[in-house]
Write a protein that binds this ligand. Sequence first.
Ligand code: FAD
Length: 412
Amino acid sequence: MDTPLHPIVVIGAGPSGAIAAALLRRQGHRVLILERQRFPRFSIGESLLAHCLDFVEEAGMLPAVEAAGFQLKNGAAFACDGRYTAFDFGQTSSKGRPTTFQVQRARFDKILADEAERQGVEIRYEEEIIAADFSAQPQLRVRRADGSEYLQSACFVLDASGYGRVLPRLLDLEAPSAFPLRRAVFTHVEDGIDPAGGFDRNKILITTHPAHRDIWFWTIPFSDGRCSQGVVAAEHHYEGRLGDLDACLKGFIAETPDLAKVLENAVWDTPARTIGGYSANVKTLHGAGFALLGNAAEFLDPVFSSGVTIAMRSASMAAALLGRQLAGEAVDWESEFAQPLKRGVNAFRAYVEGWYEGYFQDVIYYPDAQEDIREMICSILAGYAWDERNPFVEEPARRLRMLASVCQGQLS
Ligand code: FAD
């Protein structure tokens, strides 16, 4: 194998960038990450799925993550108008990892980036990609924090820029998302939850608004007595509420007695933030000299905490394929990267659609669910959405609708 003259350049040092860079470095390649911010920096996306730790381990970063003292997570709980149900990652048809973590992303992302650096990846912080040229040797225009600019050549570019969506913007690859515009308002609180009260800190709690099934809340407990607390709703539900974000979040919670009770002793010490219009898609996941990872490609919706797992899965798949390409093998990015990646993404998509249309919520709260079916559903909730032995991965939308009609029939 000839050593390429130029490094592999990764845009962004978030989870997809750090994992892809480390995996390629472990194959012996020269890898450079260009990251526009200085770490640690805030990011949303704090509840991890079990499958994502498989990639953290593959990249040699699991001991560092395990040593960080993050809150253990062993499943997901759902609450709606007095009903409560919990899924346990130890009971999945895929027999994957039973636990993962709930993480403050500023720390988590810094650990991953530091681990990539420790393995020999070069990271240049506060350097932003502002232009890209793939007509010949891939070349990126980079702007430093002091405003100066330079050109960086690459043997291949992996765009892991998340919501920055660098190559989709610069190369006109953006495509509309099929999901309507939704918005999240969120904060961190000193939660004051009484440990004796039965609240399970080892699970994310998803609570549905009692009057609007398309409005939901996340409660993500951390290991330091704090929680990430957010609400997600379609834009029209926010009419007249966005002037004061703290009041907006507290107002939605006050309308939801199940959740108001959980947070009755919370200390609201951090100003709420908002992010909207985050669902995004692209025309293609790859082109001559580049591939798109994680949120730089497609982002569905936060409801099943799939973002970081999809980001890391795409990183792992792209790193393996690029390694083969750089070793001189003929590879096909469409059939070996884009299509297999999308199969799992489409399984999550069916769940997200079913959630907002309400029928997946009927499945979740169905009291007499068969154990094997619950385990298949739990596999996807744990992130094993690429396990094609699971019928809910192979034909997600049809299976889910069929199951929902059985549950609805039994309940009516
Ligand atoms: P990011 O984590 O966004 O990293 C991209 C990096 O690229 C950033 O550091 C950025 O500074 C850098 N960058 C951007 N532009 C440039 C540029 N021009 N030049 C250089 N660098 C650049 N996911 C979960 O798994 N669990 C959750 O609980 C969850 N909750 C969510 C809640 C909400 C409301 C939303 C909107 C999303 C949530 N997500 C969740 C999704 C999660 O935030 C993302 O999927 C995940 O962060 C994607 O990782 P990434 O590596 O692709 O991108």
